[in-house]
Design a binder for this molecule. Structure first.
Ligand code: ADP
Length: 442
């Protein structure tokens, strides 16, 4: 970075030009006076003037030549330096001009796509066709969605993921970052700089991890069910009932195996989600009824909390009842878990902007502002390392988000540390319900 101003300073030609101007000025001023004293006769004086003119032109040309040569050499050196930097980059880099032409593709980009230097298409649109660029879900990408196009419209695109087909048939998973190059403020971008990173190996390892999680969770389910089953049998087989100590032990055994089943189920769900194996079985149902049902089940979990339902009218949705049940259980579970002092947990079921919305408000510990950004990320625990840490795997909210998003809905929250949180999600209304709503409005 610091070499650039220095290079510019070294090539600034003001010094030779100033010396030249002074020498040329003195020469013009005094040469004729000197010549008049030395040369005799008008003819000889004119001839000497012509030679003097030629000498002047020759000296000016020589100076110009030296300056241009020096500047060209500096320019070549700087270009060679930039080219070497581009070529030694580990990430693939492509420069695209405002007409969509590829003006530069470094060596790493050729290696990434398995192309020889002469095989790089000149137009980016042709490039997209040759490499069959698609979204990770296999859908096609239109020209306007391409990061390079978006960058040429002035947008900075960060780590957008795509599948790319190499010429040898291999499929790569790449992350693309694109930024516009704007040389003058307020002008349209002249170039788009596109940087691509190969994520194929990372994605393969992530898939292996998810396959492992899925298999492990699946394998764990059978022994857990067996332990719970035998604990219940033993409980029932004891003639004449239990001693209080035994009764308590069986209750704990029962509760903990339920908890283990739930954890294993969550792990299984999260790996299924990652592997794209979580299917939805949609049906039409009334959201308020489901919320009331879950609320009744959850009421027994804690004697410190009172769960209060507010419902404004009936809200029909077309969704997977079991999965929405799972979302509600997770949100209630968290509301209870993160309000250790107890209090009222209030739930609203309503229709807002043509969608069915459920909001759950707790009076708990809330979430510190600086820890709110990643809340829906897999395995993220906002209270990890704090005194208020309540344990957990950081899977529940990620699952909730994925389930709601797969229904085409939205999930969000508002929270303030020490003042509690409100988690909400919305689902599209079932079609008949939408018609009814419209009729009611007319
Ligand atoms: P877990 O509760 O198992 O850690 P979740 O994915 O359900 O995992 O939640 C992620 C994190 O979000 C929690 O660890 C907690 O820090 C925070 N969180 C979730 N719900 C609440 C809530 N109602 N109040 C405060 N913090 C919450």
């Amino acid at each position: 970075m610091t070499t650039e101003p220095k290079a510019r300073r070294a090539s600034t030609p003001w010094r030779p030009v100033a010396i030249y101007a002074v020498v040329a000025g003195l020469w013009i001023m005094f040469s004729d006076v000197l010549l008049a004293g030395v040369v005799e006769g008008l003819g000889a004086f004119v001839q000497v003037q012509i030679i003097k003119g030629w000498l002047f032109v020759a000296a000016t040309s020589a100076l110009l030549y030296a300056l241009i040569r020096k500047d060209t050499a500096a320019l070549r050196q700087s270009e060679a330096r930039h080219r070497t930097s581009l070529e030694s980059m580990a990430d693939a880099l492509i420069l695209i001009d405002s007409q969509g032409r590829i003006v530069e593709a470094n060596r790493a980009s050729l290696t990434l796509f398995g192309l020889a230097a002469g095989e790089v298409p000149t137009e980016i649109q042709r490039f997209i066709e040759v490499l069959d660029i698609r979204r990770p879900d296999g859908s096609r990408v239109t020209w306007n969605e391409m990061p390079s196009r978006r960058a040429l419209n002035g947008e900075t695109v960060r780590e957008d993921e795509f599948l790319v087909q190499r010429l040898n048939g291999e499929t790569l998973h790449v992350s693309v970052t694109a930024s516009p190059v704007i040389t003058e403020a307020g002008m349209v971008p002249e170039l788009a700089v596109v940087v691509l990173r190969d994520l194929t190996e990372l994605k393969r390892l992530e898939r292996m991890r998810d396959e492992f999680l899925s298999t492990a969770a699946h394998e764990l389910r059978t022994p857990i069910t067996t332990i719970k089953g035998y604990a219940q049998l033993l409980d029932r087989w004891t003639p004449g009932g239990h001693e209080p100590r035994e009764g308590k032990a069986f209750r704990i055994l029962n509760r903990q195996s339920d908890r283990l089943t739930q954890l294993v189920q969550e792990l299984l769900d999260v790996s299924r989600l990652q592997l794209g194996r979580l299917a939805l079985r949609r049906q039409r149902f009334e959201l308020g009824e489901l919320v009331a049902d879950v609320l009744e089940r959850m009421q027994g979990v804690s004697s410190l909390h009172r769960l209060v339902l507010h419902q404004e009218g009936r809200v029909f949705v077309d969704a997977d009842r079991d999965r929405i049940d799972q979302v509600l259980v997770n949100l209630f579970d968290n509301a209870i878990k993160y309000s250790p002092k107890g209090g009222d947990i209030e739930v609203w079921v309503s229709i807002e902007a043509g969608t069915g919305v459920v909001s759950i408000r707790d009076p708990g510990m809330g979430i510190p502002k600086e820890r709110q950004g990643q809340l829906f990320e897999r395995f993220y625990r906002a209270h990890a390392g704090l005194e208020s840490d309540r344990g957990g795997m950081g899977i529940g909210l990620h699952l909730c988000e994925q389930i709601v998003q797969r229904h085409g809905g939205r999930i969000w929250f508002e929270s303030e540390a020490g003042k509690g949180s409100t988690f909400s999600f919305s689902l599209a209304l079932a079609e008949a319900a939408q018609e009814q709503e419209q009729v009611a409005r007319v």
